[in-house]
Design a protein around this ligand. Structure first.
Ligand SMILES: *Cc1c(COP(=O)(O)O)cnc(C)c1O
Length: 479
């Protein structure tokens, strides 16, 4: 991981202790206390596994995966402090000390006191939709704008009959733009939508960082402008804050005037701008399971609490064990460590840099939690209706046991902005040599890309088809 030159200028007498600030290698800011073996597999084994799975990587047993970059969701390593919290967990049905610790941490970070724990992000989304839109077709004729909806967010909103729309800026949709805040919402488009259909919009949502287009951040300036537009039309502003800490780090690095602020401070300002928030703690909460739902409004909070009790559990545990609340309480604090965030964002960028050097097109600049390969560029002989992203994802598994995730026409259907393959980096889980192996395999697949087959879907469910669809290969003449 390159940086400024390692050797200090020895002729400069003022550089008395020059080494610390000139480190060239950003090391993982942790050591490994417990290990989980990786089973090495052969190409034959992997080809068999693919056939059995009908070429759907979600159907591959994880023991047959060597480097699992399917998602950064719930796949991170917990710290020794989090495991200590697990032992401290109190399993009382109501009012456990674990709940109070969790509540205090979340209130401290977000400034919001109407806090509900949920078992994961989509449970928060379901409750949000039921409280703010309704259920059983109540959303018909309505529409929710977002910079770009995450797949479960979109599915939950559309389940109510409500439509969804993504209002990304033109540079957010251009994989070759190096704009610093490609997750920003298109403010003119939002203003237009609200000026024409204000009565149909139950709330405005922004996703930080924007998962669907590459973990790209949203600037404070953009969120402030969205707040203003929401105020003008009297609309609630909801934050999908799964990666609130990574977004705050990007703001500190990239937004003029933010460099001297702490990430806590920036994170807090993000939350101060919104009226409510859904969070999957499986991302920046650094836990394997958990979520949060936040409301500024007391009535909405009470309505959501009642629904939570109906389907998730009592308000002080929300479908989780007390120990899970402890792990979240610690995780939400650890994620705001600047040493951690510097390593986290830099290590993702390192993967992106090496792929660019190898002539592989990725969504630029590197995202926070993932690198997205432009599969249409990688496999130019595969048309979108044969899913170039699926082609590449399957090839990476076949060649190196690497599991990635298609984010293109398979996952997004007609909402696809690009044909992408996401390499999501679990938090604190893989070392630099694992990533170097990934780079090596991708280069090898690239050298053989023209012989890769396309895919067609042979079976699919009604919604979220990428999880369970079955595929067949479409072999091309030159293959
Ligand atoms: C993961 C994610 C969700 C959904 O959270 P789950 O915990 O997987 O249910 C929602 N929005 C974004 C941006 C996400 O990344």
């Amino acid at each position: 991981m390159s940086g400024p030159p390692f050797y200090p200028n020895r002729s400069d007498p003022s550089s008395l202790r020059p080494y610390t600030s000139l480190m060239k290698t950003i090391i993982e800011p942790f050591r490994i206390k417990s290990v989980e073996p990786i089973r090495m597999t052969t190409i034959d084994e992997r080809q068999n596994a693919l056939k059995k799975a009908h070429y759907n990587l979600f159907a591959i047993p994880s023991e047959d995966v060597m480097i699992d970059l399917l998602t950064d969701s719930g796949t991170g390593a917990m710290s020794s402090e989090q495991w200590a919290g697990i032992m401290r967990g109190d399993e009382s049905y109501a009012g456990a000390p674990s709940w109070y610790r969790f509540r205090d941490v979340v209130e401290n970070i977000t400034g919001m006191s109407n806090i509900l724990p949920t078992h994961q992000g989509r449970a928060s989304e379901r409750l949000l939709v039921e409280v703010m839109i309704g259920h059983g077709g109540a959303g018909k004729g309505k529409i929710v704008p977002n910079n770009a909806h995450f797949d479960t967010t979109r599915a939950n909103i559309e389940h109510s009959g409500c439509a969804t729309i993504d209002l990304l800026t033109p540079e957010g949709q251009d994989p070759n733009s190096d704009a610093p805040f490609k997750g920003n919402m298109d403010l003119d488009a939002l203003e237009n939508l609200l000026s024409e259909r204000a009565a149909d919009v139950p709330f405005v949502m922004i996703t930080i960082t924007c998962n669907s287009i590459g973990g790209q951040p949203v600037s404070l300036e953009n969120m402030k402008a969205v707040r203003k537009i929401c105020d003008k039309y009297n609309k609630p502003f909801i934050l999908d804050a799964c990666r609130f800490a990574e977004n705050a780090w990007f703001i500190k690095q990239r937004e003029p005037g933010q460099q001297d602020r702490s990430v806590e401070d920036i994170a807090r300002e993000q939350f101060d701008l919104c009226d409510g928030s859904t969070i999957s703690a499986k991302k920046d909460g650094m836990v394997n399971i958990g979520g949060v739902l936040l409301f500024r409004d007391q009535e909405q909070f009470v309505a959501a609490s009642n629904l939570l009790i109906l389907t998730e559990g009592f308000m002080t545990y929300g479908g989780l064990a007390g120990r899970d609340l402890e792990a979240m309480a610690v995780g939400f604090q650890e994620v705001l460590s600047e040493d951690y965030l510097r390593y986290r964002i830099r290590s993702t960028e390192y993967l992106g840099e090496k792929l660019l050097e190898a002539g592989i097109q990725i969504v630029r600049p590197a995202g926070g939690h993932a690198i997205y390969i432009d599969a249409a560029h990688f496999c130019p002989h595969i048309p979108p209706n044969e899913f170039p992203g699926q082609t590449l994802a399957v090839a990476l598994y076949e060649a190196g046991g690497i599991r990635s995730c298609e984010i293109g026409s398979v996952m997004m259907g007609e909402h696809a902005h690009m044909e992408l393959v996401r390499l999501a980096i679990p938090r604190r889980t893989y070392t630099q040599s694992h990533i170097d192996y990934v780079i090596e395999i991708i280069k090898e697949v690239k050298a053989n890309a023209s012989s890769l087959p396309g895919y067609r879907i042979s079976e699919e469910p009604a919604a979220l088809r990428h999880f369970t669809a079955k595929f067949e290969q479409v072999v091309h003449a030159n293959a």
